[in-house]
Design a protein around this ligand. Sequence first.
Ligand code: ADP
Ligand code: MG
Length: 425
Amino acid sequence: MNYNKKTVKDIDVKGKKVLLRCDFNVPQAKDGSGTITDDKRIRAALPTIQYLLDQGAAVIACSHLGKPEPDFDKWVKKQTEKGKDPASLTKEKWEKSLEALCMEPVAKRLSELLGKPVTLAGDINVVNDDVQAKAAALKPGEIMLLQNTRFNKGETKNNPEFAKKLADLADVYVSDAFGAVHRAHASTAGVADYLPAVSGFLIQKELDFIGGALANPKRPLVAILGGSKVSSKIGVINNLLEIADTIIIGGGMAYTFSAAQGGKVGDSLLEEDWKDYANDMVKKAADKGVKLLLPVDTVCADAFAPDAKSQVVKAGEIPDGWQGLDIGPETVKLYCDAVADAGTVIWNGPMGVFEFDKFAVGTKAVAEALSKTSAITIIGGGDSAAAVQQLGYADKMTHISTGGGASLEFMEGKELPGVACLLDA
Ligand code: ADP
Ligand code: MG
């Protein structure tokens, strides 16, 4: 995939109507009040929005929010599958479920942050006569927001008619929703069939850093891979094995590697079906001359709990009834040494159950080591980003990806539809 894409700076947007796809998929309070519990994603979109407004563009912003089901029958089916009593599944309840995912709270917060009005327009179809009229009347320096793009049934199906309806509102398409570029939806990819399409600053940054690290890394390139399961990281391991000089394995998936080599892993996370794969990877790395590091010791616990009893044992020697929840102190030393003289480090997947303080030690030590290297440090994956933030190292990293799923697919080397559709630089 070509990561070199045109950005908002490469085109003239003065006096133009710009359809801007943002990632305003913000978490909201469970009480149905619409209260936004974390507005980080809205804040992250401000530089591109402000730039466009300052340049004299009229901005028509859009985003999805949550997972609404715009088809009543399908909603009933899904709820029934979740175990809800079909008799209780009324049209009113379905409408309420959609109402809970309306964009009002986003428009309000965006308006507060920008210090100017943000007109919200649209209904279940997203684009209707009112939206068309309001978009046509929008002046340079003004901004409006469309309703949740997933209210339209055509959004997730990448329906060309819906994509064209969105495109017809504007002269130019700017995508800044990195968190959604791995999905070929009408508002993330389809619209680019009808409009000149460029990236905003958020996507540009992701392409520069992650794309740069994959395509032309400053060496040595060290990939740190952890997290819970081998099976969810196959694509990432496979791709990075082709590129990296060193691969470090930690987290829950290390126990499948250990078991594959005949180690005892007690009650640790283990994917029996992936043991052969793990052995293949070790062999493949050796064939390719890629250094593959596995834990040499582990912190194991007598329960999966924050206050569990714990002990350090050698890798592959976890007693029955115990489970590995973190890398051990010798492994920490080994891994910190391995990143010390790296040119680039790509990190995906925590080294242990960092959600429990007691088992966050390995993840914290690795974050600390990264903060001290002169290497380009790139963090991908939702939980990894959360871990680095929670442990207080966020501002010490070169780049923390804003897209969980998107960054994983990026690191897997997959083509991202929402990027591929943009104009090449
Ligand atoms: P990311 O979202 O960054 O891609 P993953 O979703 O793969 O990361 O993994 C994150 C999860 O892995 C965390 O919730 C963490 O608690 C869990 N994890 C890490 N190490 C272990 C372990 N030894 N046992 C069980 N879970 C683990
Ligand atoms: Mg995750």
